[in-house]
Ligand binder design. Structure first.
Ligand code: ARG
Length: 461
């Protein structure tokens, strides 16, 4: 059933119909659509815009449609144009003429954006709680790895030793910012657009506050033209999800590197690994690779909607119908990736000995020696030069700084004494990084406490 046949003489072209229909993807909004329509119908009855008996029949009809869809009795198919047409058609088939009164004081333009907002409000909250699950897993590993030491890298070159807990918590804070962003997006999405009608508002005495209350919206939109043409909330959601995926991809990149034999820092559980069709020995980190790759998809979804919205004049345009597949795709992708990654991360084995052995390599304690000299009054720049020369000699003679004899070190600077060797260990290096937010065990333990508070401090929206 078309909602608009009256004006037309000819049937639509089949391919044009295929192009313009959205039912095959927007049918997933059936619940949001029906819940929104129930609130609208109740308001119409309450305000005397339609008879109370019509309103009651519409609400009963919509409730029966909802439960029949949910129990599988009413399949979401047919050649309807979109989910709104589907629901109105079935309603009218079920309750007759009263069904035709539901669309009073409403347009699909405000209806579709209501559905989309309800969907975003719900899914942003689910995504946020899935991000929190990942944070919890990171925190659990952090708790047991405060004293596990691995090389910290800059430019992918050994830089300074760090605590594994510290390294993992860096991701915790990225995901914390993601949840903050999702929360803010949630609050900006929490605005009722219904009542804008096609674009200008309506001549019927509707009560938008009542609908907002019934649907749980924090406020109603201020401008009917903005209400039907705004998709900022979709874009913000897509941006937030892109950031989640960007963080995921960085974490996954490290896991791929760390699981390579050359690093050997971690091993994935068999359940989260795949083999090769030709090389029998292979165990590949596919979960991390594919999760890393999926960021392209979600960023693509963001670009899709940015491009659709650019340059659109007011108010509603069918271009905007194209926002939904991108939105759904991003949400589906993020939820799947987060679920699998959480399992893979939770069952990861860390090779503490390999990490520790690697952490002192390649003169990773050179800064500690320079700092030692600074504590004895040497200007840092001079100390840097002294240690640089020592490193050069170390490279030439194939030895680490701690393998030098005291006299050799003293030849570089007479301020160096016997106590230097106690400092030239990775444990000491990590332990001395006591500045706020640093990697020393006490600071990391403190950080874990703050992370625990932060995790519960933001409730999922
Ligand atoms: N399927 C449309 C969408 O997703 C619903 C609104 C249609 N409104 C219209 N006037 N064609 O945006």
């Amino acid at each position: 059933m078309k909602l608009w046949g009256g004006r037309f003489e000819n049937d639509p072209d089949a391919a044009a119909q295929e192009l313009t229909r959205s039912f095959l993807f927007d049918r997933r909004l059936y619940r949001h659509d029906i819940v929104g329509s129930i609130a609208h119908a109740r308001m119409l009855g309450q305000c005397g815009i339609i008879e109370k008996t019509d309103s009651d029949r519409i609400i009963d009809g919509l409730q029966s449609i909802l439960s029949d869809i949910e129990s599988g009795v009413l399949p979401l198919d047919g050649d309807d144009e979109d989910i709104h047409s589907f629901v109105e058609r079935v309603l009218t088939e079920r309750i007759g003429e009263s069904g035709g009164r539901l669309h009073t004081a409403r347009s699909r333009n405000d209806q579709v954006v209501l559905d989309a907002r309800l969907y975003v409000l719900e899914q942003v909250s689910v995504c946020s709680s899935r991000v929190a699950d990942l944070q919890r897993t990171l925190l659990n590993h952090a708790r047991t790895n405060v004293e596990t030491i691995l090389p910290g890298f800059t430019h992918l070159q050994h830089a300074q030793p760090v605590s594994l807990a510290h390294h993992l918590l860096a991701y915790f804070w990225m995901f914390q910012r993601d949840r903050e962003r999702l929360r803010e997006t949630h609050s900006r999405t929490n605005v009722l657009p219904l009542g804008a009608a096609a674009l200008a508002g309506t001549s019927f005495p509707i009560d938008r506050q009542m609908v907002a209350r019934e649907l749980g919206f924090a406020k109603v939109s201020e401008n009917s033209m903005d209400a039907v043409s705004d998709r900022d909330f979709v874009l913000e959601t897509l941006f937030d999800l892109s950031m989640v995926m960007l963080h995921v991809s960085r974490l996954c990149e490290e896991l791929v590197l760390w699981s390579a034999t050359e690093f050997g820092f971690v091993e994935f559980d068999d359940r989260f690994s795949t083999g090769s069709s030709i090389m029998p020995q292979k165990k590949n980190p596919d979960v991390a690779e594919i999760s890393r790759g999926k960021v392209g998809r979600v960023v693509g979804d963001l670009m899709t909607v940015l491009t659709i919205m650019k340059g659109l004049p007011l108010a509603y345009h069918s271009d905007m119908q194209e926002d939904k597949e991108a939105l759904f795709d991003a949400v589906d992708t993020v939820l799947l990736v987060l679920t699998v990654l959480n399992g893979a991360l939770g069952s990861l084995t860390f090779q503490a000995n390999v990490m520790r052995d690697a952490s002192g390599q390649n003169y990773a304690l050179a800064t500690d020696l320079a700092d030692y000299l600074v504590q004895r009054g040497v200007p840092f720049r001079e100390a840097h030069g002294v240690v640089g020369k020592a490193v050069r000699m170390g490279i030439a003679s194939g030895r680490d700084l701690a393998e030098f004899r005291l006299e050799e070190l003293r030849a570089f600077h007479p301020g160096i004494e016997d106590d230097v060797f106690a400092l030239l260990t990775v444990e000491s290096s990590v332990a001395t990084r006591r500045s706020e937010g640093g990697t020393s065990p006490e600071r990391v333990v403190q950080q874990i406490k703050k992370a625990e508070l932060a995790l519960t401090g933001i409730a999922d929206p």
